[in-house]
Design a protein around this ligand. Structure first.
Ligand code: MF3
Ligand code: CO
Length: 277
């Protein structure tokens, strides 16, 4: 996967711009996600916000991916392609998207984030799946503030899921988080589950995409005939949340949250620090 890219605080400021654009575009897509709306319409909404901010999509054209977001509904885990599918009350959709902002030196900085949206009247089971996944993500992010090694993020995610809900949910292992910077996918891998090898040391200048995927059934997955959409093998529900997070010279900052994650992380006893000017 190549070498880890260590960013200066100044470079992380550019990344934060890509992160904020990603967040605003996701805000708009989540707002638009309602019963009767197609997933293709959400792609248009997201794409237009990128354009308004003079940003471009890192998804569009990635290994020929045809859209600016992934829309993964119900048993779809990740990489669902926007299309004619019309959302219905009771659906659960994860919307995953990203933006590229170019700095004055011509370097391209990436944001990558996903949120799950509940459409209309949604079952208590799906509400809980989304909330546990979201909170698991925040526990992983919180770990980044104090951890010594990257693998402690996955450990924190799995510890939270197991302590809160026992063996009720599976954590997907076929797809993992990643370093992010001048490319969307960079070293290191960021597992969303506990593993013996804790991986590389966490160091200042790292930026990581933390993106747990939880399922109600088994963790096996398969790819649909469109060669992108990943579904659970057993048809169980799946859910994903994701943020891109920086470890700068004075602490952590969630690049794809407008407040840097301050509100959610304060609940976990973590204080985020603005990236120094
Ligand atoms: N954003 C996804 C991830 O979280 C990757 C999407 S790949 C694409 O890593 F081709 F669909 F864009
Ligand atoms: Co990602």
């Amino acid at each position: 996967m190549g070498r880890i890219e260590y960013k200066t605080d100044q470079q992380l400021h550019w990344m934060a711009q890509a992160g904020v654009v990603t967040s605003r575009a996701l805000d708009a897509a989540v707002q638009a996600a309602k019963a009767g709306v197609s997933t293709a319409e959400l792609d248009v909404v997201f794409r237009n916000v990128l354009k308004e901010h003079n940003a471009t999509s890192n998804f569009l054209g990635y290994y020929d991916y045809p859209a600016t977001i992934c829309t993964s509904v119900n048993d779809e885990v990740v990489h669902g392609i926007p299309g004619d599918r019309v959302l219905a009350s009771g659906d659960m959709i994860s919307i995953d998207g990203g933006a590229i902002v170019v700095d004055p030196y011509g370097k391209k900085w990436n944001g990558d984030s996903a949120r799950t949206s509940l459409i209309g009247e949604v079952s208590q089971e799906r509400r809980e799946l989304s909330e546990v996944t979201r909170t698991a993500m925040w526990h992983g992010i919180a770990a980044m503030a104090t951890a010594r090694k990257v693998g402690e993020i996955g450990l924190a995610i799995e510890n939270f899921v197991r302590s809160e809900t026992g063996d009720k949910y599976g954590i997907i292992e076929d797809f993992v988080g990643h370093g992010i910077g001048t490319q969307m996918h960079m070293a290191p891998e960021v597992l969303n589950y506990a593993a013996r090898d804790l991986g590389p040391r966490l160091k200042k200048g790292m930026a990581l995409a933390i993106e747990p995927m939880l399922v109600t059934g088994g963790i096996g997955t398969r790819t649909l005939a469109d060669e992108w959409t990943i579904v659970t093998a057993d048809g169980g529900d799946a859910c994903q949340w994701e943020h891109s997070v920086a470890l700068h010279s004075e602490g952590i900052w969630v690049l794809t949250a407008e407040d840097g994650g301050a509100e959610e992380l304060s609940k976990l006893g973590v204080t985020v620090k603005p990236i120094p000017a």
